[in-house]
Design a protein around this ligand. Structure first.
Ligand SMILES: [Zn+2]
Length: 112
């Protein structure tokens, strides 16, 4: 399954948000357009979780915030050795199981 890695750009002020909101967080406008985000981000912070929400099968889970040219995205980082500043690419995949259903989304994978 191929998915586009996109953000939502406010048509009024141009602010790009990583998830869709009803109103722009800056100017409260309500119209957005999808914009493709950069393919490479930088890990700005992370945490390791040992007690996981139901349905995530592989502890510890590394959860990080990656910066894609100023757009910050929260997500799972697919490495046991995260480093601040490492380069990451978004990869679409299975995140967890919820009520027997697979939940998909973007994870971040180290570039090398
Ligand atoms: Zn706006």
């Amino acid at each position: 399954m191929e998915q586009k890695f996109v953000g939502f750009k406010c048509k009024a002020c141009g602010r790009v948000m990583s998830t869709k909101h009803d109103r722009c967080l800056s100017c409260k406008a309500t119209e957005f357009e999808e914009v493709e985000l950069p393919k490479v981000g930088k890990l700005t912070t992370y945490t390791k979780l040992y007690t996981l929400p139901q349905g995530i099968e592989m502890p510890p889970l590394t959860l990080g915030i990656a910066d894609f040219s100023g757009i910050r995205m929260l997500g799972q980082v697919s490495t046991d050795y995260p480093k601040i500043g490492m380069l990451l690419k978004p990869v679409w995949g299975k995140l967890r199981k919820l009520n027997e259903k697979d939940i998909y989304g973007f994870k971040f994978e180290p570039l090398e």
